[in-house]
Ligand binder design. Sequence first.
Ligand SMILES: Nc1nc2c(ncn2[C@@H]2O[C@H](COP(=O)(O)OP(=O)(O)OP(=O)(O)O)[C@@H](O)[C@H]2O)c(=O)[nH]1
Ligand SMILES: [Mg+2]
Length: 466
Amino acid sequence: MYQLDPIAALATAPGIGAIAIVRVSGEGAIDIVNRMFGGKDLTQQASHTAHFGTLRERTDKKDVVASDGIIDEVLVTVFRSPKSFTKEDLVEISCHGSEFIIQQILRRLTQEGVRLARPGEFTQRAFLNGQFDLVQAEAVADLIASDSDASHRAALTQLRGGFSRQLKTLRQQLIDFVALVELELDFGEEDVQFAHRDQLRQLMVDIRRVLHPLIDSFSVGNVIKNGVQTVIVGKPNAGKSTLLNALLNEDKAIVSAIPGTTRDVIEDELFIDGIRFRLIDTAGLREATDTIEAIGIERTQQKMRDAALVVYLFDGLNIASSELQIAINEVRQSGKPYLLVGNKLDALDDIKRQQLEKAAAEPIRWISAVEKTYLDELKTALSSRVRTDSAVQIGSAVVTNARHYEHLMGTDDALARALIGLDAGTTPDWLAMDLRVALQHLGELTGEITSDDLLDSIFSKFCIGK
Ligand SMILES: Nc1nc2c(ncn2[C@@H]2O[C@H](COP(=O)(O)OP(=O)(O)OP(=O)(O)O)[C@@H](O)[C@H]2O)c(=O)[nH]1
Ligand SMILES: [Mg+2]
């Protein structure tokens, strides 16, 4: 087990709650904290034990904080290598959550030779000491960054081992095969086969079977992490901005009776059942009357292309049956999942409503954006749409990370090529080449092959103290 130079940082979010935790990890961490601790002798305490006491200024110091030289009353938890998060000696100091106290403690630690940690450095050490693999390390980053229930769950699943354990086993089997294939190369002209071709084929098929659901889960994973891009589109005056405001419960967008009020896209996020929706209000779709409106409409179309979900909103009072049918056709042609929403139910008579329902020949979700009626039903429809639109259940391994996705695809491509080669009876050197590429991608995925640049870039995404 490596023990590097001691580092320290605030491990809790600053300014939140009455208690803060300062974390110290590395060679001599326990001894160092002990020197400033008034209480039991920490060097004699077992791992995973907590001790109440005081943190004190150095006795030779004159500019002490309090007259008695006490910085704070603290609870100190001792973790001994290798049974800690970083696998190094680690001490967590729970102190009062004041910015001033935290600064004093960190300053006091640096007096004792502790260095302030860089972002993600604790996790990086944990990774270097084999606490977990890279996929899990990145899951820690995602976990810290996750701000919706669903993304939190996805990150937790990855942290617990998720798909990486399975991939590691398969990679090991593939390594064994590659070694055999490469051994064949050494025999050159002689026509020997050490690697059993049928077994190799089976293994490659098995690996791809593991890869495919993971690859497919990426779009869902992205949705969980980054939110569902949901555009509200429709003709001018349909009530799009009114609906956005009603869903957000604030006056974000300007509403007026003049068609063409919204001229640019307006965005905000909304959580429904733990899923983050990025709601986008757009300029109404029609022939533009001026340049600015034309730009707005072009942006609407762009947003619609990027969207994961479209809410097509129409004004039930001012739409003819034939217009509605044309509109529905247009949304269908976009190929996006959509909800057909009819607005202004408050002012609509039953006969008109039934006419429109008949013309639409598909379910219309009726609301009144002004009176905020049936909005809960609309929200439920939005979230269930996202949940049912994909076969992947949240909770099974979901790939949320673009780098993982890239290497999953890379592995899959290489294996596909190797399989084609195998069936065509290619020479061992070609086979070995494709398998090597597959191994490279697999290794980078699980962190068994890493470059320093990659590590630095991954861990720099963490915040300090993690
Ligand atoms: N009766 C009734 N009027 C509504 C409702 N929703 C919106 N309106 C009215 O319809 C008009 C247009 O509303 P907006 O929200 O600005 O419409 P928009 O779709 O954003 O329009 P543009 O930005 O011009 O494309 C306003 O006068 C609203 O008060 C509703 O549910 N019932
Ligand atoms: Mg508007």
